[in-house]
Design a protein around this ligand. Sequence first.
Ligand code: AMP
Ligand code: FES
Ligand code: ZN
Ligand code: ZN
Length: 285
Amino acid sequence: MNEMKCSYCNNEAIEEAYGKAYCKKHFNNYFLGRVRSIIDKFKIKGKIAVALSGGKDSSACFYALHNLKLELVPFYINLGIKNYSDICQEKAEELCQQLGYELNVIYLADYGIELEKYKKPCSTCGTAKRYLMNKFAYENGCKYIATGHNLSDIVTFAMNNFISGNILNFRGNKPYLQGKEEYKLVAKIKPLFWLKDKECMLYTWINELAYAEEECPYSINAPTIKIKEWLNRLEAEKEGTLMNIARSLWKLEEKMEKDVKLNLCSNCGYVSYGKICKFCKIRKK
Ligand code: AMP
Ligand code: FES
Ligand code: ZN
Ligand code: ZN
């Protein structure tokens, strides 16, 4: 049997992408190059709060940024989800140990919120995560928040909204969202914007990074799983489809961004769309 050779050296290839084959070393270069393209395009420099979920994507994101020698402050939000949150925290801690960082941990319970009490915890959880990420980054003097959203997830999320008729929920579909100091809003970056699910998985594996395989017990929701499978089939038939969709989303986002009006929450003083922010509304309930 013919083994596939790397397009850049004579070693055995482990992955093919966009017409090139890669050995382990050159796959690492390829991956880092994709991440670097975002860091360079938006001239990212200064302290970055890295949101670790314990999962493969944020592990890959953290490791790539670490290799680019950026100034990183990793943090984890413990959401208090049974048989899940503590396991993920352990993995995030293990990863920080591997790379020589101290993990910062934020507990949702400290804000009086118990996700268990909600019928549909995911939207409350999403609001709380976004809020706490921003607050952590702001209080620690970070200029950016980096999350592990990858290309497959971004396109799946947008398609899900599109298919359900919620085109206006299409927010944040670009690799860099500007911060606004006057609204205590920290800029967000998605370093894995151009990298697919399986590429992030491979990067995590070959670099032996700690990550949790557990899925959130609340997230086992059929629509996005089906949509992702469908998108993966499209991508397999025509490589580059996901990237092209992401490019379109980015353009759309730029058009839509102009109509957003921000306020400061009259309760906590952080950024809000209305008078009181969603997080404070949840806490009041
Ligand atoms: P998700 O919303 O679960 O798809 O996660 C998207 C990204 O948000 C992850 O890649 C992380 O960067 C970040 N994130 C998710 N959950 C947490 C968490 N519990 N603590 C810190 N960051 C998180
Ligand atoms: Fe938030 Fe599952 S991680 S509900
Ligand atoms: Zn090679
Ligand atoms: Zn508030």
